[in-house]
Design a protein around this ligand. Structure first.
Ligand SMILES: Cc1ncc(COP(=O)(O)O)c(C=O)c1O
Length: 383
């Protein structure tokens, strides 16, 4: 059931991650983008209105250095929402990508036994490979009613494991854990004393599933990530954070000191207002995702001969399986060329059996993109 691959990635570093390369090559050509894992982004003027950011407050920002971990006030605001009010457990970063890079590059060493699901956001996977870890697979397909079977947890998360790295709700399938499945999972990681590396990028939008709390509240060995890039609708602000034990955060400083140093005080000020206004930013986009999902449910029911999916339980994307399509990359390229509509092939997530379809955007773009996808499917079936 499990397999180990230690593929020498340290000696021959991999090429660019498929996902980012896909967007680099194809996003500009897309008339309609129905591929994203994020909600519809806000304009700065919308953000200022919703979060109550006044022009003169922006003008008063002194463009000085900030601190490695981020301003106390900002960390306090994040901690109140996500980490039991403990600002020393928070570090703010340039998107969660930086938090992932700093923490994984710091805590992992060659030969460490690390457990990853068989499909995982590229940077979470890549840092473990580049560190030369022995990677063991947690099969997402074994999830049953939101829980990993006890024997899977016992077999895969064994004593001596250094870290278990997961992302729930999962990008791209939208699968997640139930409250009971979450407790059993976190407790098993705690039992073996491994780091629980928990990427919660889209935690706050769910569809019938519970919003899972930050596991750092249950298990102090957790390193978790949050971001403004998904449910907050602010990917262009490049703001994220990690929560972790203060000593784990401090260990990242020597790397941070040689790379990005700290965030801009301007970004920190905007982020402070945005985190305080979190419900007012997230709720409208969660409602939009909910009604878009109903549009998709109807579309999928109409096309049941050609497509199927596991309905996402969280986040704003899912993996659409295309019946009879072997090469999903070719499918996406042809869809883009012929209908100007962008999807992401599942190969970007080790799921070549489907394509990522996002439903967090504007409803008219989703409807128009689905219409073009319908046309494309019908021309293909008429071949
Ligand atoms: C699961 C997951 N984690 C982390 C990230 C990184 O996002 P950012 O650096 O914008 O916070 C992404 C972006 O797509 C993601 O999907």
């Amino acid at each position: 059931m499990s397999r180990v691959f230690n593929d020498g990635a340290v000696i021959s570093p991999p090429g660019p991650p498929v996902l980012e390369e896909w967007y680099r090559q194809h996003l500009e050509k897309a008339e309609l983008d129905i591929s994203s894992s994020g909600v519809q982004p806000y304009t700065f003027s919308e953000l200022r209105r919703i979060a109550g950011i006044e022009q003169d407050e922006l003008d008063r920002v002194v463009m000085d250095d900030s601190t490695s971990q981020g301003s106390f006030e900002l960390r306090q605001a994040i901690a109140e929402r996500y980490a039991d009010g403990r600002p020393d457990h928070i570090m703010v970063t340039h998107g969660s990508s930086e938090a992932i890079a700093l923490t994984l590059a710091t805590v992992l060493s060659p030969g460490d036994r690390v457990v990853l699901p068989d499909s995982l956001y590229h940077s979470l996977r890549q840092f473990t490979r580049e560190a030369g870890c022995d990677i063991w697979t947690l099969p997402l397909g074994s999830l049953s009613e939101g829980a990993f079977p006890a024997e899977v947890l016992q077999d895969v998360i064994t004593p001596g494991t250094k870290a278990v790295v997961v992302n729930f709700p999962h990008n791209p399938t939208g699968c997640t854990l139930s409250a009971a499945g979450y407790e059993k999972f976190v407790d098993r990681v705690a039992e073996v004393g491994a780091f629980l590396v928990w990427d919660a990028a889209t935690a706050e939008i769910t569809h019938g599933a519970e919003v899972l709390p930050n596991p750092v509240l249950r298990y102090p060995g957790t390193i978790s990530y949050g971001t403004f890039s998904k449910v907050f609708g602010l990917p262009g602000l490049r703001f994220g954070w990690c929560t972790a034990a203060p000593e784990t955060i401090e260990r990242t400083f020597s790397l941070r000191d040689r790379t990005t140093l700290f965030l801009s005080p301007l970004v920190e000020l905007i982020a402070l207002h945005a985190v305080r206004a979190a419900p007012f930013l997230i709720e409208p986009r969660a409602r939009q995702a909910q009604s878009n999902l109903a549009v998709l449910d109807a579309w999928i029911a109409q096309h049941s001969e050609a497509v199927s999916w596991q309905r996402p339980q969280g986040g704003v994307c899912g993996l659409l399986c295309l019946h009879g399509v072997e090469d999903t990359e070719r499918f996406c390229l042809d869809l883009l060329d012929q209908h100007g509509t962008l999807l992401v092939p599942g190969t970007a997530f080790d799921r070549p059996d489907g394509v990522r379809l996002g439903f967090g955007g504007a409803e008219d773009e989703l409807r128009a993109g689905l219409e073009r996808l319908s046309e494309f499917l019908s021309t293909r079936s008429g071949r």
